[in-house]
Design a protein around this ligand. Structure first.
Ligand code: MN
Length: 130
C-alpha cells in the first residue's frame, strides 16, 4: 500500500517507517499540513495517518477538513497524543475514518493496514460495484 503519514515527531515517523517497510508498504511523510495538502492532491495514496497536534499553521483536523472539502476520498486515520473525551467524535466530524491514541500500537497499525487494504474491484457502466 502507499501510505502518507503527516506527523511532526521524528520518533513516531521512524516507528511507522519500520512497521510499514516490514510489511512491504511505501511511506511518504510530511511534517507540515499545508505542504501535505499541496502534495497529496496529486499523489496516488491508499491510506493516510494524520497526527492531530501538528506544529505549523494548521492542525491535523484542519488538514483533514480541507482535504475533504477538496473531494479527497482516501481513508484518513487520526492519531492523537492526548486522548480526551470527545476526541473520536471531533476526528470523525472533521472527516477521519478511524482514530488511534498514541503511543503508536504496532498491532493496531497492522490491523488498520489490513482493514483499509484496497480491494480489487471493477465497476460496471451503471456504477454498480461487482
Ligand atoms: Mn504532533
Amino acid at each position: 500500500m502507499i501510505v502518507v503519514y503527516i506527523e511532526d515527531n521524528e520518533t513516531n515517523v521512524e516507528l511507522m517507517r519500520r512497521i510499514l517497510s516490514a510489511g512491504g508498504h511505501e511511506l511518504h511523510h510530511f511534517s507540515n499540513g499545508l505542504v501535505a495538502i499541496e502534495k497529496m492532491v496529486d499523489m496516488k495514496v491508499d491510506l493516510v495517518f494524520m497526527d492531530i497536534q501538528l506544529n505549523g499553521s494548521i492542525s491535523g483536523l484542519e488538514v483533514t477538513r480541507r482535504l475533504r472539502a477538496l473531494g479527497y476520498t482516501v481513508p484518513i486515520i487520526a492519531l492523537t497524543a492526548y486522548a480526551m473525551v470527545g476526541d473520536r467524535e471531533r476526528c470523525i466530524e472533521a472527516g477521519c475514518d478511524d482514530y488511534l491514541s498514541k503511543p503508536i500500537s504496532i498491532p493496531l497499525i497492522l490491523s488498520l493496514l489490513d482493514k483499509y487494504q484496497p480491494q480489487i474491484t471493477s465497476v460496471k457502466d451503471n456504477g454498480e460495484w461487482i
